[in-house]
Design a protein around this ligand. Sequence first.
Ligand code: ADP
Length: 328
Amino acid sequence: MTRIFSGVKPTGHLTLGNYLGAVRRWTEVDQHAADALFCVVDLHALTVDHDPARVRRLSRQAATLLLAAGLDPALCTVFVQSHVDEHARLSYLLECVATDGEMRRMIQYKEKSVRERARGGSVRLSLLTYPVLMAADILAYGTDDVPVGDDQTQHVELARDLAVRFNQRYGHTFVVPRAVRPQVAARVMSLQDPLAKMGKSEDVGPGIVYLLDEPDAVRKKVARAVTDSGRDVVYDREERPGVANLLEILAACTDGEPEKLAAAYESYGALKRDVAEAVVEVLRPVRERHRELCADPGYLEGVLRAGAERAREVARPRVDAAYRAIGL
Ligand code: ADP
């Protein structure tokens, strides 16, 4: 059976980008088709300036949202990364296989370290080594497929390289994973800046739609979305990134195709109205289920406890084998 692993960082509230680029596929496809594990990767939230109480709160909120979005603990495993020691244990071994040059070439490291320095802060060593921990997240479970948005494909490539290198040097230990990306909305952009990713970790603002946004908030954000100087609705990611982003969001929400949808619109106003309503409809059941789950915190605790136990059972033998293989 195909093993699937993926995760979200509790660095902010989950966004429409997280949902369309990753989480929706996990709920609709992955959990039904395979042995799937989904994780709130809280150790990754410590790579930048953080408030301990906020990280704890956001971890629970992210787990609740994964269930609200439709992950079913009867079908898949949902857990929190720091509840399973194997991630950190394996990460150290992989640091002994990765090189510092490889880490410095990672696009996210380049972008985020520049941003941290611009804010006058120092860059945590864990920001540099974060992709190794992510490789450990993936490799510990013998993962075949990693369903992620575009921004994570470079990190999954690194996990592949490290698996191959470890296997060559120390004997076959790891499955070599591959990234699986969605056909549309693999990179949802900010509504205010169509050249910037709609990321929960990036900033807060009117360009980002959050999963728990009320319908009117969604309508306002979409109505104010930056479009392009032209007037006709065409799908062109290079020349018309703002409109292309709206078309991709609409396509993802309605199972359509951006090019075909473009032909149905003559004005940006009509397009924006339909995008807003499509997003409101997609988010409605998530918000409703979230409200129900919040009323029963004991349920979440139970899910996460059972999830961590199962995750440990899957990861431990492989991580133990890696310790033996490398000479410990
Ligand atoms: P963020 O960048 O919002 O902090 P995470 O690193 O927690 O996101 O990523 C969770 C999942 O959501 C990953 O699979 C990532 O590729 C996907 N994702 C994040 N932002 C977007 C986006 N704007 N468009 C599509 N997918 C995204």
